[in-house]
Design a protein around this ligand. Sequence first.
Ligand code: AMP
Ligand code: ZN
Ligand code: ZN
Length: 411
Amino acid sequence: MRLLSILCGVLLLASPASAQRSAQRVLLIGLDGFRADYLDRPAAVQLRALAARGVRAERMIPTFPSKTFPNHYSIVTGLFPEHHGIVANAMRDSVLGLFRLSDRAAVQTSAWWGGEPIWVTAERQGRRAATYFWPGSEAAIGGVRPSWWYPYDGDRPNAERERQVLEWLALPADSAPGFIALYFSDTDDAGHRHGPAAPQVDSAIARVDSAVGRLVAGIARLGLSDQVNIIIVADHGMAAVAPERTIVLDDHLDPTTVEIVDLNPVAMITPRDGDVSRVMRALQGAHPRLQVYRRETIPARYRFRSHPRITPIVAIADDGWSIVARGARSREVAVGSVRGGAHGYDPQLASMGALFIAAGPGIAQGRTISAFQNIHIYPLMAELMRLQPAPTDGALDSVRTILRTRGASSP
Ligand code: AMP
Ligand code: ZN
Ligand code: ZN
């Protein structure tokens, strides 16, 4: 009895900080293709205001390839694509067949998705999760889906997404989600179509900026500013491309002898007859702006070797270059049609740098941190929600400076 009362005393003493921590929630907002330096463009008013009372990174470094699905999924699992298995937006698996973003059956098949996304970690540990679009959220990964989720519909108005998120946040504390993910595609769409420097990108920045502003105001109106940590991330940046910077793959290789599941700016190539040396001889040195690797020799820093969905040959275009094919059906990779912007390149390039902003009760105030890799976001989110993280490639210690130190005052 005495021991029990001592224990209770200890728990009570510990409670103010831990109770405050345990009540914290995370709203993760993904702004597709929001390059790190867009934050300094005039339209990013609300985003800069949020960063000023929280943390911003000079840039966040994506995983390779710097594409939408691999990176959104690295952010929520803390794993490199070679460990989570989403190695491209388009890929082939020897058992599952082909995967494409637009293939609802594929994106909803859990066997594609390795690792443990943060919403599964949350649900397994008794906190509910909600996603308004996020790659992976439509599949029952490890048998678990978020308590609330939607099949992807790129035409769903942003205002409807905002309204739903605020409705989730307003639920009674015992049923409200502790983790919410929300996705907007505006900046990626504009960047592809018009290039990163275009005024249309400024309009897209303005649209997502005002969405974030309304969400921040909505959270304040609900009286939840001291509970909700907002983390705003991009999956990758955007590089300007041009017709004079194209590499025509079939000038160097007979396309009928290989399968190319994904082409631009990272070509994933499987020789149909298994003769890797033949294709390597054809492609190596074929173009000074094309880096061609056997899977086993892909530079270690790409962390892109071990997963069987990685093809035997991977060819990567230099910054701002495009790989096109004469026989391509898709407009973006047809010869002569290259324009606007692209991504997928070496994650270390400044052009691929992604946005990172965080603000809230668990986040340091007024701090700019240097570049860091997106695999560290998962352990950061787990810490904020007081969840036991699954094993990952990321480490909380790499991003501890993002956290508010105990005792620091609220905004
Ligand atoms: P990309 O620029 O090719 O890497 O991919 C961006 C595109 O992915 C966007 O235009 C979105 O329409 C699409 N997208 C984003 N999230 C999803 C999702 N959860 N399911 C299917 N497509 C998506
Ligand atoms: Zn993207
Ligand atoms: Zn894109």
